[in-house]
Design a protein around this ligand. Structure first.
Ligand code: ZN
Length: 339
């Protein structure tokens, strides 16, 4: 089968598109004929180094994806349009048993620990293939599996954003941030976004953002306080780290909640512990989400409350160009791979 895979670590010179063995379907698994994937930061990470993530080379890229079930134990699901939950879990550990499989210590992620979705076929446990509504195309459905699911858990499971509350979403050009903007608006919250790009702030407003502020860290708290009459925001959604983390803490109202799912510019910012305990802030670490959260997200899409914007589409043989486009930071919305 045709697939996009990396043959070493480095830049796009280690990315090939060509023949890979068609995967064998094991018991309890479905074979999905892939129709689309989207590009995520983690694809660049795996290509660049994959440090700290057990994986074999060559490995097929792609963490999210959607397609059609072609083979399964249960004939009733054959032909079903599905999107893929990216984590394969053990089903037996204390976390799996208490309904938090996203915490499974043995979780194996497609595109990270095992072959990914930028291929003609993927085999996964049947429970990893969730049905999608007719009003989503395959690329839109693929986009849900990483960015939208991550944003969903941060907003609704961790910080429990309520209608009428104000959320600050940092770095709105990023995939999780854009998803958080859309989901928070769909939940009737007021949303302030940050970006260094005036163009991205304008596009975020067009997608529903109530306010946009310049993302220069030392300017964020003042701008946010002005927009909230000196009160601060109820919830911050953060994935940048570094100086942005310190700025984000200063934007929170007393008792406010902050969730983070990344630290791309630095994971050791000042802890500012006095602020955390005196103002009784709540800090949530988060990554990905559970299949039941994913199903709820998909139902919001079915109701027309959320639809992922697709920035650009590339065919499978242009995956290196898609990675370069993501690296440029010029995108606004998901970069899709049509398979
Ligand atoms: Zn487990």
């Amino acid at each position: 089968m045709q697939a996009a895979f990396f043959t070493g670590h480095g830049g796009n010179e280690v990315v090939s598109v060509g023949e890979r063995p068609k995967p064998e379907r094991g018991p309890g698994e479905v074979r999905v004929r892939m129709k689309a994937a989207t590009v995520n930061r983690v694809d660049l990470y795996m290509r660049d180094s994959g440090a700290g993530i057990t994986h074999k080379i060559p490995q097929i890229l792609g963490v999210d994806g959607a397609g059609v079930i072609e083979e399964a134990d249960d004939p009733a699901v054959i032909g079903r349009r599905v999107t893929l939950y990216p984590g394969v879990v053990c089903g037996k550990c204390e976390f799996c048993l208490k309904g938090e499989p996203v915490l499974c210590a043995k979780m194996s992620l497609i595109g990270e620990h095992r072959d990914g979705t930028m291929a003609e076929f993927v085999c996964l446990p049947a429970g990893n293939a969730l049905p999608i509504p007719d009003n989503l195309d395959f690329a839109e459905a693929a986009a849900l599996g990483v960015n939208y699911l991550t944003a969903w858990r941060m907003l609704f499971t961790k910080t429990r954003l309520q209608p009428g509350e104000t959320a600050l979403v940092c770095g709105v050009g990023g995939g999780v941030s854009l998803a958080a903007l859309q989901l928070a608006k769909a939940a009737d919250a007021r949303v302030i976004v940050t970006s260094r790009s005036a163009d991205k702030l304008a596009r975020a407003r067009a997608l529903g953002a109530d306010e946009g502020v310049d993302a220069t860290p030392d300017k964020i708290p003042k701008a946010v306080m002005e927009l909230t009459e000196g009160r601060g925001v109820d919830v911050v959604i953060e994935n940048v780290g570094g100086a942005v983390w310190s700025a984000a803490l200063k934007c929170l109202v007393r008792g406010g909640r902050i969730a983070l799912c990344g630290a791309t510019i630095g994971d050791q910012p000042p802890a500012d512990l006095k602020r955390v305990f005196i103002r009784q802030l709540q800090i949530f670490g988060s990554t990905l989400g559970n299949p039941d959260e994913f199903a709820e997200l998909i139902s919001w899409c079915e109701q027309g409350r959320v639809r992922p914007p697709i920035d650009l589409r590339f065919p499978l043989d242009k995956v290196p160009d898609a990675l370069a486009h993501l690296e440029s930071g010029a995108q606004f919305g998901k970069i899709a791979i049509d398979i």
